[in-house]
Design a protein around this ligand. Structure first.
Ligand code: NDP
Length: 290
């Protein structure tokens, strides 16, 4: 049966994610706060640039904005139509997902928290990992559409569970980055060649996707190419730490990581790639990882 799909938020991730939807053969509407981006998207990918009033009339509405607060504000101003399913790919706050899900249910709308992982390259290739919380029937209905931009779709539990998994995943990523940067700082101080050291680590038990990709591609070559803003990673670590506090758990490592990643204030962090977090460590130790 034919249906309409809308995508709200054509940023670093949303731009690519929305580009895969037309291949399913249904009408795809796109909306962006800066309208010229949506116009450009429609010319490039055979989507239709629409106003927000029309976007929220779609049967399936995807969103990918920076924070849950942005989504809450948007939905409050532009409620979706009854019978629709809202699939929120923002890396958001679990409690916000629960509140939105309950509120939207009252007007006949299902809300799924469906954050993604795989960076902009995964969005471009359509191989993202999508972790989903919310109503199971709504999940089953949305799954074939989500498949357009994903390599793995995993239902992880009730409303908010997807956001929780995402926050923990990104805090682990931050931990890998920080631990590797500390390790390489020791090695540099001992005069070891960092590229050679990284090659050894990548063929040993200490490797991670950060050691295999980000460290050589962005840090050692000093490019710090921006695809994922540092302030967004700070937000994700904050969500994970809030979860720890909500659950009254004693998990000091994540608090420590949050402190390390707070070296750059939010405003400057917004301009930086997340990999630039290691520059805090470099400044303190007066050792550059290159
Ligand atoms: P960007 O900053 O590149 O894009 C943000 C998008 O949201 C833009 O389209 C922007 O519009 C829009 N926007 C911002 N604020 C508002 C608002 N108040 N109302 C309406 N629209 C708004 O972010 P990303 O695409 O990098 O990230 C989006 C989400 O995906 C975040 O939650 C992030 O944590 C997550 N994520 C990011 C990854 C990455 O590698 N970049 C990987 C996985 C998840 P405008 O064009 O007008 O500025």
């Amino acid at each position: 049966m034919s249906h309409t799909t809308a995508f709200i938020g054509l940023g670093a991730m949303g731009w690519h994610m929305a580009s895969h939807l037309p291949k399913l053969g249904h009408e795809v509407w796109v909306w962006n706060r800066t309208p010229s981006k949506a116009d450009h998207h429609s010319v490039t990918f055979q989507t239709q640039s629409v106003g927000i009033e029309k976007a929220v009339q779609a049967d399936f509405i995807f969103s990918c904005l920076p924070t849950s607060a942005d989504i809450e504000q948007l939905i409050a101003m532009h409620p979706p139509k009854p019978g629709s399913i809202w699939i929120d790919c923002t890396s958001g706050v679990p409690q916000s997902a629960q509140i939105l899900s309950q509120g939207l249910k009252k007007i006949g709308v299902e809300y799924l928290d469906a954050p993604v992982s795989g960076q902009t390259i995964g969005a471009e290739k359509g191989t993202l990992t999508v972790m989903i919380g919310g109503d199971v029937d709504a999940f089953e209905k949305a799954k074939p559409i989500i498949a357009a931009f994903s390599g793995l779709i995993e239902y992880v539990g009730d409303s908010g569970s997807g956001f929780a998994v995402k926050a923990i995943n990104n805090t682990l990523m931050a931990t890998h980055l920080w631990a590797l940067a500390e390790g390489l700082t020791v090695l540099k101080s001992k005069g070891v060649d960092l590229s050679a050291a990284l090659n050894c680590i990548n063929h040993s038990s200490g490797k991670s996707s950060i050691s295999e990709n980000i460290m050589a591609q962005r840090v050692l070559n000093r490019s710090f190419d921006k695809t994922f803003a540092l302030d967004l990673l700070q937000k994700d670590i904050g969500i994970a730490v809030d979860l720890i506090q909500e659950q009254s758990l004693n998990l000091p490592g994540m608090h420590l990581i949050q402190q390390q990643f707070a070296f750059f204030e939010k405003e400057s962090a917004r301009q930086l790639d997340f990999s630039a977090a290691v520059q805090g460590l470099e400044k303190i130790n007066q050792i550059e990882l290159r």
